[in-house]
Design a binder for this molecule. Sequence first.
Ligand code: MLT
Length: 244
Amino acid sequence: MPTVDTALSLQLYPLCGQDNAIVVVIDVLRATSAICTAFENGAKEMIPVANVEEALEYQKKGFLVGAERNGEKLEGFDFGNSPYDYMDPKIKDQTLVLTTTNGTQAIEIAKDNYMVVIGAFTNITALSDWLIKQDKNIILLCAGWKGRVNLEDSLFAGAVVERLFQSGKYETFTDASLAAHQLFLSAEGEPGHFLRNSSHRRRLSKLNLKEDIKYCLQLDKSVQIPVLQDGVLVRLQVEEKLGA
Ligand code: MLT
């Protein structure tokens, strides 16, 4: 039976050595929430890039580009990193490009070794149900903030651990997974209250982005599971979702 490991920060990721694992990239405030929202609203593909220079190159080629640093939209780009940016009808059937402070960095470090999927509260049920059907080792990769652990990503990892644990399909949950799970249990179903003092919630609140926080903490606004294929995020096709 497979194992569930958790990297609570990017620095801890290299210690997660699971054979043939699926990596769930987590950045709930807000990159992975924004990505799920984009696919739920008809985006065709999303190209995650780690740096602004690469994003600029794509923009020169005519792509719609989202760019965020330190929680703020970068001037001159089409979108920032708010999920609300990705409800715009102009994204339908488009290939978007995205670079963010942490979320796209997490994708960058995981992309060459494992299958990478995107997780957020907004697609937690679709994601968890699909993971359980895969019968594979899982690495929950928390993007955190600039290399540091953050509460919201760890909380979400714990919420996924709860669902995987309830399935009875996993033999081992590492201590980091158990720690994330304890965070989830102590939140007692009130993530907003639990995160009231978290650093990124405070940062986003100062930027008048409280609506983003509320949206990103809601469950199941999306049934899409974005998966990385050849460096490009696409939506998992239905047959794949069924675990076929
Ligand atoms: C990130 O990707 O670093 C975070 O989502 C930052 C943000 O957009 O608030």
